[in-house]
Ligand binder design. Structure first.
Ligand code: S3P
Length: 168
């Protein structure tokens, strides 16, 4: 089975969907953010604060290079993975790219209690989320093979939709 790369803005449900896909279809989950936290032995917030975003983007690309060597995984990517064309090229070669989307209001609801998203620290409001989302919109759209709106859907609905559309 080919790799499924879940991409999308923070709070679009990539990790939840990845876990469910793995339980239902027996795929191995690779949770990029969590792997980077384990590799570095510190939080994402700490990595950003101490070494900056550029360093984080470097280690993110390095990890992606390792992940694409294997097949049959569902890979939950960090929300900014599409910012580098190199990452998009790696994912295109390595599997199917599934974009999860949600309205800024839904995103805010999902991330409001998270301390683990440095880009949203002090910016947890709909206006900021909408603006950042709009800046990234074309990168997400260009990268995606399949686009799935998650608003008002259960995780089961979303996973069934992914399965059907990926296997078409
Ligand atoms: C980021 C999203 C985060 C994490 C980092 C940067 C982004 O992942 O990789 O904070 O640039 O959108 P999630 O999308 O899993 O929150």
């Amino acid at each position: 089975m080919t790799n499924v790369f879940l991409i999308g803005f923070m709070g679009t449900g990539k990790s939840t969907v990845a876990r469910y896909l793995s339980e239902k279809y027996g795929m191995k989950v690779s949770e990029m953010d969590q792997m980077l936290v384990e590799q570095e032995g510190r939080s994402i917030a700490d990595i950003f604060e101490t070494n900056g975003e550029l360093y984080f983007r470097e280690i993110e690309t390095c990890l992606l290079k390792k992940l694409v060597e294997k097949q049959g995984q569902v890979i939950s990517c960090g929300g900014g993975v599409v910012l580098r064309q190199e990452n998009v090229d790696l994912m295109k070669k390595g599997g199917v790219i599934v974009l999860l989307t949600a309205e800024p209001e839904t995103i805010l609801e999902r991330v409001k209690n998270s301390q683990e998203r440095p880009l949203l620290s002090g910016n947890k409001n709909v206006a900021f989320i909408r603006e950042l989302m709009e800046k990234r919109h074309s990168s997400y759209k260009h990268a995606a093979d399949v686009i799935i709106d998650t608003d008002g859907k259960t995780v089961e609905d979303i996973c069934d939709e992914i399965f059907t559309r990926v296997n078409k």
